[in-house]
Ligand binder design. Sequence first.
Ligand code: 6GU
Length: 326
Amino acid sequence: MTARRIRPSPASAKPGDTIDLPHLPGLALLWCLMDIDIVSVFPEYFDVLKLSLLGKAQDNGLVRISAHNLRDWTHDVHHSVDDTPVGGGAGMVMKPEVWGECLDELLGMEPGPGTDGSGGGTAVSSASKATDAGDLVLIFPNPSAALFTQRDAAELSHAKRLVFGCGRYEGYDARIPEYYRAQGVDVREYSIGDYVLNGGEVAVSVMLEAITRLLPGFMGNPESIVEESYTGGNALLEYHQYTKPALWRTLAVPDILLGGDHGKVDRFRRDEALERTSAIRPDLIEALDCQQLDKADRKTLMALGWEVSQAHPRLVGQPRRPSATD
Ligand code: 6GU
């Protein structure tokens, strides 16, 4: 039987909607739709998201992505979004007022106190509206925040709505995330690594790709997700991959992969994953749960200098220097 592609009308689907399958009357599919808003002074940056699998996911109505220009919420002739840092220092900091007006609107919240036109009203009364579903997450990329990991990507892939706020310059006024957190919004700040980028746009692209590829129906072959590095609690770097030909420019594919013995292939790959992880990311080995290691895993790790009789492996003797070329 050939699989049929199901293409409901993206225009009418809302997050959490169910749709009837025309060829299977009476059966409904939980239509998994994620709504994504990105605020940036360079919304064109996100044109790249129309490419590849993420573009296809948008065409199929699996995700909806809107990039907004923060300057649309300014009122001055210069459309300024930044100002000098209070207390001194280099560079410019993004102003809270512009972000406030933008986020109030996108999150469907009433203008906060002191906002023009609000009459200096009281605390936001509709915070619950933004968080009713418990499914909205507001995310600010920030090089000084906690590291974004596969675990975060997996968790965020269950959200119905993500709103990203991209900072530029030296960052954004710290009261912006503080304010929305105080209104009950689930606010996260993430860095994507120990280096500094000019702005959060690239970081948002990275996070979005990591999150959306975990949506059901996004990947052609969901099994490829399960086997990947950093998946699950016992994360290891992946073993080396090869394709044909078996011999290329004097370099041969390891014999064992050609032998057809799946047990041996699995063991070979597992050992290679352990060896590579031990050499490149010993921190991941230290995080392994020894209870979940089989006898062969323990033997391999012990040969690599690890002690495996406690809850987590511990390196005994000289650590091998991490190498990017291992
Ligand atoms: Cl999230 N933003 C910026 N500007 N630089 C970064 C980063 C984020 N993560 C690593 N470097």
